[in-house]
Design a protein around this ligand. Structure first.
Ligand SMILES: NC(=O)c1ccc[n+]([C@@H]2O[C@H](COP(=O)([O-])OP(=O)(O)OC[C@H]3O[C@@H](n4cnc5c(N)ncnc54)[C@H](OP(=O)(O)O)[C@@H]3O)[C@@H](O)[C@H]2O)c1
Length: 251
């Protein structure tokens, strides 16, 4: 296989956003792709579709444990054993029910674990081989919800805030290297995760457009990608709103 073929690892590869990123990558050129999901059959379905789109690419799917630190370490060691990837995209997450998280600490714990702790453990496991190779781009999907805690979704927001701080720390750690860390902050996007919001008439971004912005941001090694881009301005306003005014908002 020629050296120029990009190697890409996607964690949470059955995510609609991640799958659309993968479609763009295989459309660009032949790639060496590893897809990781919690459910092998579902992940393999994504892989099969991508193989049809890009017969010249090498695409394999793996099932992984997303919670146990040792299993995460082992899975990443397996993926990186043949070399550190050019691109890593960490995409998994779930939108919890805020009220349920307030009433049920197990649900709260699970939401924090899968949206916060799990993605950063994957990031930490990948970043060492990438730093050693002094090469590659690691992208991690946070959310605009991580920019300021709001009563309607602060459990999810807190987990995504953890991802935000972690990505900042990694960017600082790697600032003098060739390794890039890209923090992606999507606004509400039309995917299975937001099916309920859609039913309630919420305005959602198109997943193809969001994926396009992510792939472009990764290509450029941008530190932060708000997508759609208008969310950078909206969240700047929300972050800076004085508490007295903020607390009056029903958001
Ligand atoms: N859609 C939005 O509006 C929006 C906005 C901001 C940020 N985001 C973030 O964007 C990322 C991708 O989300 P998406 O919109 O593409 O949603 P999605 O299509 O619903 O995908 C969610 C992904 O997370 C995985 N996942 C969910 N719970 C899991 C668990 N307990 N253990 C392991 N994997 C789990 C899913 O696996 P299965 O397929 O096996 O269920 C799937 O791969 C997430 O990090 C999400 O928080 C989304």
């Amino acid at each position: 296989m020629p050296d120029t073929i990009k190697s890409i690892a996607i964690i949470g590869a059955t995510s609609a956003i991640a799958e659309h990123c993968a479609r763009l990558w295989v459309k660009d050129s032949a790639v060496n792709l590893v897809l990781v999901g919690r459910n092998l059959a579902k992940t393999e379905k994504v892989a099969a579709d991508l193989r049809v789109r890009s017969p010249q690419s090498t695409i394999r799917s793996l099932a992984g444990d997303f919670v146990d630190p040792l299993a995460i370490r082992q899975l990443v060691a397996n993926i990186t054993s043949e070399g550190s990837p050019d691109i890593v995209l960490i995409a998994h997450g779930s939108l919890p029910d805020q009220i349920q998280c307030q009433q049920d600490l197990s649900a709260n714990h699970e939401a924090l674990a899968i949206n916060g702790v799990s993605p950063v453990l994957f990031a930490e496991a990948f970043i060492s081989p990438m730093q050693q190779a002094n090469h590659g781009t690691l992208a991690i999907i946070g959310s605009v919800a991580g920019d300021r805690g709001r009563k309607s979704n602060y459990v999810y927001g807190a987990a995504k805030g953890l991802v935000t701080r972690y990505a900042q720390g990694l960017q600082h750690r790697l600032a003098k290297t060739q390794v890039k860390v890209v923090l992606v902050k999507p606004g509400p996007t039309d995917t299975p995760m937001t099916a309920q919001l859609k039913q309630q008439g919420g305005k959602l971004a198109n997943v193809e457009d969001v994926a396009q912005a992510i792939v472009k941001g990764i290509g450029q090694g941008k530190p932060v990608v708000y997508t759609p881009a208008k969310w950078a301005l909206i969240m700047m306003a929300i972050r800076h709103l004085p508490r007295m005014l903020f607390n009056k908002l029903d958001i």
